[in-house]
Design a protein around this ligand. Sequence first.
Ligand code: PEP
Ligand code: MN
Length: 339
Amino acid sequence: MIIVMKNGTTEEHITKLSNWLSERFNVQVNPIYGTGTTVLALVGDTGAVDKDALLLDKYVERITKVQEPFKLANRKMHPQDTIVKIADGVEVGGKKIVVMAGPCSVESREQIIDVAKNVKKNGATVLRGGAWKPRSSPYSFQGLKAEGLDLLHEAHKETGLPVVTEITNPAHIELFMEKCDCFQVGARNMQNFELLKELGQTDKPVLLKRGFANTIEEFLMSAEYLMAGGNKNVILCERGIRTYETYTRNTLDISAVPVLKRMSHLPVVVDPSHAGGIYWMVEPLARAAVAAGADGLMIEVHNDPAHALSDGAQSLTYESFEETMNSLRSIANAMGREI
Ligand code: PEP
Ligand code: MN
């Protein structure tokens, strides 16, 4: 349920009403302060809340019921787009389409610093790279772990690029808080609710990837877990889902972009690398994502894809990343955006 307050309602009245609602009906009340209007987002069992009685409050403008199970992530709660700030000058959800680029895995100091410099040169504003790698096989490269995180931090200091990297274990949160700018929750952990609850207690941005077998509603419910804990800095990432098609690694659900933008106020990023699973598909899928209204892209770029320790087949070389960025500019402009 959403209660829209009249312009000019005092904070004192909002606090009084919020306290009364939470005590009387046992619901969580989240005030969202806009420029003029304040909205109270009620979460929990609002069945007993008497709408008519509430309308007797002269400061209440209107009341809307939210049918969907996700409340805080719902656009009805927050009609304007949310902009998530990853670092100074790097905001996801605004006019500029944010490109997060880098290798699948951090492999060495030389590698991550070289990739960081190159992606920066071609317009990426966030460095990606995995330190803890959730691999399908226990015999595959598992990542450099804490050393990888340190190397990402070094690459950040060297280039100024903020870092997004995947967290797989709540026990690592403290370490990540110091060494990265944005947590990544991978597709395999989208419904790791204990991890989500812990990340929800922090205020660091979270890039939440859609699980490859999850519906859009389940995806938004996972965002809700983060937000219910108090972390409002959530970025959604569509990275392809599993279908009967085997030609591609996953099927990029491009329709998820307009659906998510309509249902939620959270920014939406598309990862064309894990969707297509092969380098030559990255550019056309990235173009489609920008045309569909994505707020950002996550692209795997490697210094030597043929010898990458993970996901080499889908990684772009420096040259193909440069070409891709150039080809995205005209589409971004046509969408009234920048890249
Ligand atoms: C990744 O970004 O390297 C990754 C493992 O992605 P996903 O969780 O989407 O498979
Ligand atoms: Mn990868």
